[in-house]
Ligand binder design. Structure first.
Ligand code: CP
Length: 317
């Protein structure tokens, strides 16, 4: 084990049992998790990506909503640390016969599970489960509330690019109202000393969030260091907030021309999945300023860090 890793592991981390939101985590704890993820990402660059640190532990991935990045990266993170994993998806399970969330969780926990990773369409479910279960609960996205491991991976992506987070200007652009990523990013970047502004149609900017807001894309992204583009969430639009995809793109679409004019040096991120040609153009998504695949790569490392912290991994890395 390297001296750097020893320092990270022996750092002043408080005892944490669950990981359900970034809002309640202090800056010191966040910084420690980012440091740990930075160290663990070295494991992903080894020819044999396997360490014994969570050997003998069992993790349940419990997903009530679709996922590509989060579910698979939690599974890989657990497997790279030698834990066993079960993947539960509500579709095809006894939930379809009417079994409640609580009974589902209790039954999974009875199989000697050591941690539950849960994604649910209702805000607050991971926090509720954390109160009810005796094992650590990790929020993999709950309704429009938070997606804390996405927030962490976004922080790590920015730190890896700029070498720091404090002092940067971060614009979160798009459908903020329906976005759990926007909330976790707002808490995370603000705690780490960045200045965050929210950009989007007025009816998709929730007034209760404490951040400067604008509905003018140029004002919002001009001179920014980081632009996090959000997915327009068709499935959560209930009030016809956006007249049409074409109009949305005309006012808020991040195009190559706009980026060149207003933020030529910004790091462009998107949590995925993307609506190409709506909130972001393919030329930007696949262009030199895009960090979207780094985000996915760092997602494995931050999920390793969170599992390690909550399950008390051995130092054998
Ligand atoms: N960013 C994210 O949560 O992606 P998935 O829905 O694919 O997990």
């Amino acid at each position: 084990m390297t001296r750097g890793l020893m320092t990270v592991l022996k750092g002043s981390l408080k005892s944490v049992r669950d990981f359900t939101a970034l809002e309640g985590i202090n800056a010191e704890e966040l910084a420690a998790l980012i440091d740990l993820a930075e160290t663990l990402k070295d494991v992903l660059e080894r020819p044999i990506k396997k360490v014994p640190t969570l050997r003998g532990k069992a993790i349940a991935n419990v997903f009530f909503e679709p996922s590509t990045r989060t579910r698979n990266s939690f599974e890989l993170a657990a497997k790279y640390m030698s834990a066993d994993v079960i993947n539960f998806q509500s579709s095809g399970s006894s939930v379809e016969k009417g079994e409640t969330l609580w009974d589902t969780a209790r039954n999974l926990a009875a199989m000697a599970i050591d941690a539950v990773v849960i994604r649910h369409q209702v805000a607050g479910v991971p926090g509720l489960l954390a109160d009810l279960l005796d094992v650590p609960v990790i929020n993999a996205g709950d309704g429009m509330h938070e997606h804390p491991t996405q927030g962490l991976l976004d922080l790590l992506t920015v730190k890896a690019h700029y070498g720091r987070i404090g002092g940067l200007q971060v614009a979160i652009v798009g459908d903020v109202l329906h976005s759990r990523v926007a909330r976790s990013d707002l808490w995370g970047f603000t705690k780490m000393g960045a200045a965050v502004r929210l950009v989007g149609p007025p009816n998709l900017l929730p007034s209760e969030l404490e951040a400067p807001m604008t509905s003018n894309l140029e004002d919002g992204i001009r001179g920014c260091d980081v632009i996090q583009v959000l997915r327009l969430q068709h499935e959560r639009q209930t009030s016809g907030a956006v007249p049409s995809m074409r109009e949305y793109r005309e006012r808020f679409g991040v195009t190559r021309e706009r980026l060149e004019k207003w933020a030529p040096d910004a790091l462009v991120m998107h949590p995925g999945p993307q609506n190409r040609g709506v909130e972001i153009d393919s030329e930007v998504l696949d262009g030199p300023q895009s960090a979207v695949l780094s985000q996915v790569q760092y997602g494995v490392a931050v999920r390793m860090a969170v599992l390690y912290r909550l399950l008390g991994g051995t130092h054998d890395i």
